[in-house]
Design a binder for this molecule. Structure first.
Ligand code: CS2
Length: 455
């Protein structure tokens, strides 16, 4: 069978016409497919909401998906087995370099929502596009391209719309607003004012563990479903989406699929960024240093697990409110991380540390120190990163040059220089630097070859 058979195999998509494009997405990756596309397919009014999804740096995902008419399989993988579902909410898959199509769709009055999964680091990249935008050139960054689209929407009188950040940043709606308005304002004050008045920036906390798809996953789908899907996505059964903000031009009924709309998102955001993502970062560096490759493997190592629990105890002190259900959340995380059928590679999580740790370690370290405590759990997250980059200087990072420069220093000076990439104030506090330094020197790194998991 070929991918052309995907429509017939879909359980829940109508064989009828595709939904009209009313959403635009930037960042067509595995997570977008398992999360926003899944939620949109499961909204009660899914038939009214088609997504045009644009890739980031490379066209590949769009090429593959377009050849399958946008259809792809979501594989939900748990200890109990796999379940398969064909998702059809992405009605157009486009190469991100096709800026003309993006501009056309963002300007179209029927487009009501723009969602983003552009990576945490990309919120800092748009300034590169200002000279291009100012001279009528074609921008190259996702937010630069979005600004061009918004300018066209203003010119076409397309009306208000919502931009929804789905990246793991605290206060991601405001971060997106500041970045977009900042880029626009740097060359066109009128555009910046139009955006402020017409674009709602929605903050969200998104959650669904979705490793990169592998060739084995393609084979698993072929074996179980009888068709060759070149763009399936393997994910855990768990999913969560908390949103806060206005949708002036409407939105899909994502609540039908379990999304939650709240007035104050910060506690939910912190719970997820600190407990889930923070633990991921600890496991990424400590785990790899100790010879592990996946989250599940690292978690079964008592040294790594101990570091996670220590950080969780600390972070939980700053997560107030019974509605957050911290003990249950922690128990669920242990189960999710322990799902050994999902091979979530630590190397994937380790990338872009300087952006991620700023969100995952620093707020907890600061909160602890504000109470006169040490913040050892959060400091350890920074310490294992420091130890990791000492032996892996080429780790991908938006500040890789500065990481490299710090790496050439030694002792406390090196630790302080690395910490300065996360928080310049903390890097100037000798006690904080000494703590991170000691913890990184104390860390028990490599598991001797062939000895299995060390205790
Ligand atoms: C991970 C996240 O790669 C990372 O930094 O911590 O992608 C994580 O898997 C997701 O946020 C889970 O929802």
């Amino acid at each position: 069978m070929t991918a052309g058979n995907l429509p017939r195999l879909g359980r829940s998509i109508a064989p009828a016409a595709k939904a009209p494009i009313r959403m635009v997405h930037l960042g067509l990756g595995a997570f977008h497919r398992s999360h926003q596309a899944w939620y949109t397919q499961h909204a009660g009014d899914a038939g009214e909401w088609g997504i045009a999804s644009f890739t980031g740096r490379r066209p590949d995902a769009a090429v593959v998906l377009a050849a399958q008419d946008g259809l792809f399989t979501v594989v939900e993988r748990s200890d109990a087995g796999d379940s398969f579902e064909v998702v059809g909410s992405i009605v157009e898959a486009v190469d991100g370099a096709d800026v003309q199509r993006l501009v056309e769709l963002v300007a179209a009055p029927q487009t009501a929502v723009v969602t983003l999964t552009i990576t945490e680091a990309a919120y800092g990249f748009g300034a590169d596009d200002v000279p291009l935008l100012a001279s009528g050139g074609t921008p190259t960054t996702p937010l630069g391209r979005l600004v061009l689209g918004l300018a066209a929407r203003r010119d076409a009188d397309g009306g208000p719309l919502a931009v929804v950040s789905c990246d793991n940043l605290s206060d991601n709606g405001n971060v997106a607003r500041n970045a977009v308005v900042g880029i626009a304002g740097a060359y066109d004050a009128g555009l910046a004012a139009w955006i402020e008045a017409n674009v709602s920036f929605v903050s969200t906390s998104v959650d669904r563990i979705t490793p990169r798809t592998t060739d084995l996953d393609l084979d698993a789908v072929a074996a179980s479903c009888g068709y060759r899907d070149l763009a399936p996505v393997v994910t855990e059964p768990f999913r969560n989406w908390v949103l806060s903000g206005d949708f002036p031009a409407g939105r899909p009924r994502w609540e039908d699929a379990g999304a939650v709309f709240v007035d104050h998102i910060e506690p939910y955001e912190n719970r997820k960024l600190w407990l889930l993502n923070g633990a991921h970062s600890i496991l990424a560096y400590a785990g790899q240093l100790r010879g592990h490759a996946t989250v599940a493997e690292a978690l079964s190592d008592p040294v790594c697990r101990g570091a996670v629990e220590e950080f969780w105890d600390e972070a939980s002190r700053h997560l107030q409110g019974n509605e957050l259900g911290i003990p249950e959340y922690r128990a669920a995380l242990l189960e999710r991380f322990g799902n050994s059928r999902i091979a979530h590679h630590l190397a994937q999580i380790a990338m872009d540390a300087s952006t991620k740790l700023r969100m995952r370690a620093i707020p907890v370290l600061r909160a602890e120190r504000a109470e006169g405590l040490q913040g050892q759990g959060a400091a350890r997250m920074i310490a294992v990163w420091s130890a990791f980059v000492a032996s892996n200087p080429g780790l991908q990072d938006p500040q890789s040059k500065a990481v490299g420069e710090a790496n050439r220093l030694s002792g406390l000076e090196r630790t302080a220089a690395l910490m300065a990439l996360l928080d310049s104030e903390l890097a100037g506090e000798p006690a904080a630097v000494e703590l991170v330094h000691e913890l990184s020197a104390d860390f028990v790194p490599a598991v001797p070859a062939n000895s299995g998991t060390a205790a």
